[in-house]
Design a protein around this ligand. Sequence first.
Ligand SMILES: O=C(O)CCC(=O)C(=O)O
Length: 273
Amino acid sequence: MSAIPATPYHLTAAQQKFYHENGYLLGLPAIYTPAEMAKINAGLPNLLALLKPGETSKDIREWHETSTYLYEIALNPKILDLVEDVLGPNFYLWASNFFIKEPHSPSTVGWHQDAYYWPMAPHNSVTVWLAFDDVDEVNGGMKLIPGSHRGGIIKHNRSTQTSSVLSLELEDGSGFSSDAAIQFRLKAGECSLHDDRAIHGSPANPSDRRRAGLTLRYSGTNVKNDLTVNPNFKIYLCRGVDEFKLNPYGTPPTQRYGRPNFKPVSNEEAGKG
Ligand SMILES: O=C(O)CCC(=O)C(=O)O
């Protein structure tokens, strides 16, 4: 077997250990330079322009299937090097969506575990959260409870906080304390990684700065989606071989900006509750 070449994007053994113990990773080298990120940001309005009346940026889900703009980001080899060192050699991309909080947005993301929402087993998925803006505690950056991915999946309840963009969430104190949360801080073009079982969320953005991030979700080829719950689920093999063949494949996009002609299943529809 040939050794994985050392690039700045392959994780050290210490980073891999940290990820598996804590369920997240920060401090990674930037994926995009400020100039590259400015170019990517300049393309974003083209996607937003495809939203229908009543839709928001939250409705840009799985548009990597129809937009090379997103597909190229999701298959950036730098990102895939990071993911490979978390999931192993064989993995696929299956989801992308934006979490954009405009300046002075009251929107929050309640505490939750992604795995509670997803009809997928076993739990072997990682999210790459790519910052489109500088993100920190001032503009509603994400927070995560270290080690919470090792505590099992906790039953979520209907959100009582109407500002949350999610309808199912965990209450602070129900098996975890938000006092333990780590604040994520990223520069535009940098990314974080988190495990699908890690408890995370984010507060409102009271600042004058936008807070935009693109989530990219990857899973090991051993992970099967339940098509009866999420029938539109499509995979794109990123690295290695699909030795399990558990999921249907998507077709790579051909246009720069496009939206799928199906309505992607929302987190709520794809999850429990
Ligand atoms: O962007 C956020 O604040 C939350 C993102 C999130 O919940 C996720 O990546 O699963």
